[in-house]
Each structure stands twice: as C-alpha cells, then as structure tokens.
Write a protein that binds this ligand. Structure first.
Ligand code: UT7
Length: 329
C-alpha cells in the first residue's frame, strides 16, 4: 500500500580512526596549515585503514542508522549506496553491504554515482521507491577519497577525506520529506578517469599518461559552480514550497569548503549557528558528507522534531540537489 508521509527515520555515520592533520600534509606537499585553514576551513581529515573500504565504512554507518530507526536489517527492502570511490567496478558495493547485513537474495541493492551529490540523489530515489511500496530503504553515502587522491598534488590532496553516512527512509507518523529535486549538467572541471587496462588492449593506443586515474579538479571553477549551485538549490526549494528563507531551521550543506558554507548561509539568511560545520574535522568526504553532517547534528541535539531542515549538495558531473525535511518519524 502506498504510504503518504515518507521521512528519514534514523541516521548513522562512521569515520576511520586515522587522523591526517594539516601539519602532516606540510610534510607531504608544499603547503601550509595556515593556507589550508584560510582557504578551506579544513584542519584535519580521516584516512581509511588498509582493511577498510566503502563497504566496511558503509556497513558501520548502516548499523547505527538501523538502530536509530528501531528497525532490523531484515525489514529493509532496498539498499542504495552512493559512492565515487568503488574498489570494485562490479559487483556493486551495495550488494556487498547487503551480504554483510545477511540479506542475500531477499532485497534489491544497487550503487549510484553522482559525485558529492550522491547522497541527495540516493535519497531522492529511495523516497520514491518507498512512497510507491510503503517499505524501508537504507541509503548510504560512502567514499574512500584517499584511494583516488594524487598525494603529490597540493591543490587536491588537502581537501578530501574518507567516511560514510547512512539513513533509513520509510513511512513516518510525524514529519516528512517535504520536497526534493536532483539536477545535472555536463561539466569536466572535476573528474576522475577510469584506469582500465589500456596497456594490454590491442585495440587502443598505448597509455602515455599514468596519473589520470586520480581525481582532477579546477578548484576556482568548481568553487564558482558550488556557490551558484547552493544558491540555486535554496531558491528552487523556496519557490516550490512557497516558504521564506527565514522559515528554515537548519541547513546541512555539502562540506567542501567553509567559504562555500558561509556563502550558502548568507544567501539563505540562516545564521551560522544553524548551519552544521564539520568540514574542519573531516574535509570533503564526497557522498558521505551530508549524511555524516546530518547524523552529527542529530546526535548533538541541533535538530528537533518539527524543524525544517534543508539538505543541499553539489559535486562532480556536475550534479546538485536538495531535500527539505520536516524532522520527525
Ligand atoms: O565536492 C566537490 C566540490 N569541490 C569543491 O567545492 C572545491 C571548490 N574549490 C575550492 O574549494 C578552492 O578553489 C580551493 C580550496 C581548491 C583552492 O582555493 P582558491 O582560493 O581557489 O585557490 P587557487 O586554486 O586560486 O590558488 C591560489 C594560490 C595559487 O598560487 P598562485 O598561482 O597565486 O601563486 C596556488 O598555486 O594558492 C596556491 N595553492 C596552494 N598554496 C598552498 C593551491 N593549493 C595550495 C596549497 N597550499 N594546498
């Protein structure tokens, strides 16, 4: 039976233990802690251990989200995992999560790739699946960016970190996902090319450029896009809901750069106390960024029942999107 109100019922997050500080980076590339703090607001980030990956981190976050929702894994009908750093092209990481949760053969699980906006995309899909079928979906954002980072490139290696966040989406008694949208437009300013086996293929010219499988970014261009995408997302949600920007109680923005958070907050006319910031501790964790921030905001009691919480993200693709949540379950 179709459910009327769909909402986020529980959140979870996991970050690796290993901390990489700006001072540590000073020993790896030609940078300074002061430059990184001033230009990005990042102080440190987490690095996945050799035995961790997007699946182990995703499972840890998922277990917390299920517990917070008061649900057992067997009550799930779908797992959607958003990532940009799969260590296997196939099988899907979501199916490896499904296996870890003991759900082989009983549900459908799939990955979704939409840059750092992946969590918003996955939430958008989950909401619609659940609305149609009245069941529960697990949505995970998990990225091991350190595995795709060029540790000799100071323009990019200072920005990213590893981690996972998860939510359970399902029918709710209180609150709802009020509205959401996803958008995209081809833009190669932030990209990562697959390292397929060009060396041994008789059908392709020999590979000459061995570094291209690292993430590559035109920082200033992506910065301009990011600020524009945040503004456009807020404007679009306000237009759809006929709310005023002052009606927003809390803002969870993709944690890419403190200066982007500041620009988004100013535009939304939301004071910085109502904007969650953890970019200082984790850097940019891509698809994990919004669900980790949401989980920490909930844990810290910054979001209360009935609050209007706006989740906004943007990333490679280019992709952008937002969801307005009336908190409750
Ligand atoms: O989730 C995906 C979305 N990604 C983003 O949102 C990232 C968006 N972009 C940014 O956050 C910023 O563009 C960066 C933080 C990446 C760069 O900051 P910027 O203020 O745009 O710096 P810039 O790239 O224009 O570089 C300014 C200067 C350059 O030196 P010159 O040419 O002025 O002498 C760079 O070489 O800063 C230099 N620089 C650095 N210096 C010390 C670049 N990276 C570093 C560094 N340490 N790590």
């Amino acid at each position: 039976m179709a459910a009327k109100n769909i909402n986020i019922l529980g959140t979870g997050a996991y970050v690796p233990e290993r901390v990489l500080t700006n001072e540590d980076l000073e020993k790896i590339v030609d940078t300074s802690s002061t430059w990184i703090m001033e230009r990005t607001g990042i102080r440190e980030r987490r690095i996945a251990a050799p035995d961790e990956d997007i699946v182990t981190m995703g499972v840890a976050a998922a277990r917390l989200a299920l517990a917070a929702a008061g649900l057992e894994a067997r009550q799930l009908s779908y797992i959607i995992l958003a990532t940009n750093s799969p260590n296997y092209l196939y099988p899907a990481a979501a199916i490896r999560v499904q296996d870890a949760l003991g759900l082989n053969g009983v549900i459908g699980a799939f990955d979704l790739q939409a840059g750092c906006c992946g969590f918003n995309y996955a939430l958008y899909v989950a909401e619609r699946l659940v609305a149609q079928e009245g069941k529960y979906a697990l949505v995970i954002g998990s990225d091991a960016n350190s595995r795709f980072t060029d540790w000799t490139n100071r323009s990019t290696c200072i920005l990213f970190g590893d981690g996972a966040g998860a939510v359970v989406v399902g029918p709710a008694q209180k609150g709802r996902i009020v509205t959401s949208f996803i958008a995209s437009s081809l833009n190669m300013n932030l990209h990562c090319e697959t390292e397929f086996n060009q060396e041994v293929s008789p059908f392709l010219p020999p590979q000459t450029h061995t570094e291209r499988h690292f993430l590559t970014m035109d920082g200033p261009e992506v910065f301009k896009f990011a600020v524009g995408a945040v503004k456009e997302s807020i404007r679009r949600i306000m237009e759809t809901t006929q709310l005023n920007r002052e009606d927003l109680d809390f803002l969870i923005l993709h944690q890419a750069n403190w200066r982007i958070l500041d620009a988004g907050a100013r535009f939304a006319k939301v004071p910085m106390e109502k904007v969650f910031v953890n970019v200082d501790r984790y850097g940019n964790t891509s698809a994990a960024s919004v669900p980790i921030a949401l989980h920490e905001a909930v844990q810290e009691g910054k979001i209360k029942e009935g609050d209007k919480v706006l989740l906004v993200s943007f990333g490679a693709g280019a992709t952008w999107g937002a969801a307005l949540i009336e908190w409750g379950k």
